[in-house]
Design a protein around this ligand. Structure first.
Ligand code: DGT
Ligand code: CA
Ligand code: CA
Ligand code: ZN
Length: 593
């Protein structure tokens, strides 16, 4: 991806800041980068590109040889070894401190040298102890400002689970659409792309009278602060720290704004390049013919009105690309060849596995859960309470598991619910890869979800072997939350997921896409390739109460990001077919015994 003029000047300013932070003894060097950034900013885009192409940047007054060669390297490779080395040579904590308002490189350097501070946590401690106020050039006031800055940074810089963001966004979209004068409104950005976490919300509305819409948006309930306000746009911050941008455009521009602000950035860059290659210029405002010999001809091929995204993609000779795929990861190529997948939809889901009840750590009983599943229109409902080693989650001992199997049989017989209940277990994979129940017990279940809940800090080869050993147990139907990550909270375990995926395929084991908004595990980035190799997916809500069965929606969004169709996902099968799949697995298990 070619770097823009702005990208390059940003990097030059960053270099100046980093040099200062590092305490480079040559102030001229720092200034050379600062002024280099300013000089480039002042050139107009086209002139800059021409100079680069003609190798004539050196003729610009103020740009020395060193800078010219660095810009050349950035243009040619998209990287700068000098910049990367410089960054790597500085404590990352110090670089992070630059994000705190009022803290520049000089002050950070002073705090680092005098108090030995290298992390933001430690910085907070020394501020709380009053040590920063005592440093020369600081004082009480600037210390207080740093404390405030750290607090705000925690609240505002954090990303949010997609689910939480969508709960806030949905009523806003509905509210916008209901306003008089709003012709169309949509949420864009990472939320629309169904990314697992969301930095901020982006709304686009079509209207000729933006004033009242801005007023409505900035006074929404829950708005804690209006961070920006203009005639056609506004930004607000909600109690949770989540920020939201609104842009209001004329209806004719809506589709271009929607496409642009849906992103991703990588997708947009590739779309613009494709447009340019065809003599067209695509932006958030519209699509036009670039000046030149073909201009007149092109003007005729570009329709006078592009009303929806399907039409926009068609101008660039592409099939419609669903937002979830717009990550710049091959979707444009596939759209050109007509090879985009027919993505799974929420309505394809016919049942759900991996749910908990009051027998372990769930909040609702078997019958409450089954009836809630029935109310959602599901044909089957799988229970998978924790096994005995998960004592912190009230895991079931063998006798309680056998009782539950009986209770489920009785429930199915009673005809209380049209939803068929499968008896399963979320069976712990013990530290050595053995399962928490003997095969003779597992054989009595309809299915088994095998999950790791303990010894999460094993080294990669041990963790990988442990999980693969569990997959080789013929009674294991599916692998639960394979990486063990908790988004924004806990890193994934060290485990080689590519090897785990291959082992799952070899052993005819399904891998779950755990749809709990905090997990979304297996990550979408693995699914496309894995599914191509033959891996089957189960979208599992891991519900611990009736209300969270709807997490399946989050799981479907992530499955779509992973290019999955309904044929890859086992719980799109109807009851009879799914029963067959489970019976076949059990039959092959008993044969192998
Ligand atoms: P987020 O908010 O961090 O979860 O991610 P996004 O994708 O919602 O990013 P955001 O809110 O900064 O911007 C929304 C979209 O606007 C982004 O996906 C693509 C577009 N966009 C923003 N900045 C740029 C840019 O510098 N270049 C291009 N080509 N597109 C941009
Ligand atoms: Ca966003
Ligand atoms: Ca935004
Ligand atoms: Zn679990």
């Amino acid at each position: 991806m070619a770097l823009s003029k702005k990208d390059i000047s940003d990097i030059l300013s960053d270099i100046a800041v980093l040099l200062e932070l590092k305490g480079d003894s040559n102030p001229f060097k720092v200034r050379a980068y600062q002024s280099g950034a300013r000089i480039i900013d002042a050139l107009d885009d086209e002139r800059f590109e021409q100079l680069v192409a003609a190798n004539e940047l050196g003729t610009v007054p103020g740009l020395g040889e060193a800078l010219v060669s660095k810009i050349g390297e950035l243009k040619a490779t998209g990287k700068l070894v000098f910049f990367d080395t410089l960054k790597a040579s500085i404590e990352p904590g110090l670089v992070e401190m630059l994000q705190i308002p009022g803290l520049g490189p000089k002050k950070i350097k002073a705090i680092h040298l005098k108090l030995g501070v290298t992390t933001i946590e430690r910085l907070k401690e020394v501020c709380d102890q009053g040590l920063v106020a005592e440093l020369a050039g600081f004082g009480e006031k600037s210390q207080q400002k740093i404390i405030e800055g750290i607090k705000n940074r925690e609240a505002y810089s954090k990303r949010h689970w997609w689910w939480d963001a969508s709960v806030i966004a949905e009523p806003i979209v509905q509210g916008l659409r209901a306003l008089p004068g709003v012709k169309r409104a949509e949420a864009a950005g990472s939320l629309r792309r169904s990314l697992e976490t969301v930095g901020d919300l982006d709304f686009i509305a079509a209207s000729d009278e933006p004033g009242p819409i801005v007023a409505w948006f900035t006074t929404l309930p829950g708005v804690k602060e209006v961070t920006a306000q203009g005639e056609t746009k506004a930004s607000v911050r909600f109690e949770s720290g989540l920020q939201a941008d609104l842009r209001i455009v004329p209806d004719a521009q809506f589709v271009f704004a929607l496409h642009h602000f849906t992103g991703s950035k990588d997708h947009n860059v590739q779309m613009r390049q494709r447009a340019l290659a065809r003599g067209m210029s695509l932006s958030e405002w519209g699509i036009t013919a670039v000046e030149g010999e073909n201009q007149a001809k092109l003007q005729k091929t570009i329709p006078s009105s592009v009303r929806d995204e399907k039409a926009l993609f068609a101008v660039l000779e592409l099939n419609y690309i669903p937002p979830e795929l717009r990550e710049g990861m091959g979707e444009i190529d596939a759209a050109e060849k007509g090879e985009l997948p027919d993505l799974i939809q929420l309505s394809d889901i016919r049942g759900v596995f991996h749910n908990h009840t009051t027998a372990s750590d769930g909040h609702n009983t078997l019958s409450e859960m089954a009836k809630a599943a029935e109310a959602l229109g599901l044909e089957y409902f799988g229970i998978a309470d924790h096994s005995k080693s998960s004592f912190q989650a009230n895991g079931l001992q063998v006798d309680r598991l056998l009782e539950q199997i009986e209770a489920i049989r009785a429930f199915n017989k009673s005809g209380q619910s049209k939803c068929h209940v499968f008896s399963g277990s979320e069976c712990d994979i013990l530290a050595d890869g053995d399962l928490d129940f003997d095969d003779s017990i597992l054989a009595q279940l309809d299915y088994v979800v095998a999950s790791v809940h303990s010894s999460l800090t094993q080294e990669e080869d041990i963790a990988t072997k442990r999980t693969i050993k569990a997959l080789e147990n013929p009674y294991v139907t599916m692998l639960g939350h394979p990486s063990g990550r908790l988004l924004l909270k806990r890193e994934a375990s060290k485990i080689n997921l590519s090897k785990v995926i291959d082992a799952a395929i070899a052993n005819d084991v399904i891998i779950e896409l755990n749809a709990d908004p905090r997990r979304l595990d297996l990550d979408w980035r693995f699914w496309r390739k894995a599914a191509d190799k033959g891996l089957k997916c189960s979208i599992n809500p891991d519900a611990h109460q009736t209300e969270t069965l709807t997490y399946v929606k989050n799981g479907v969004g992530i499955a779509r990001k992973g290019w999955l169709t309904k044929h890859h996902v086992i719980n799109t099968l109807g009851l009879a077919d799914v029963k067959n799949v489970l019976l076949k697995k059990k039959a092959s298990a008993s044969k192998r015994k």
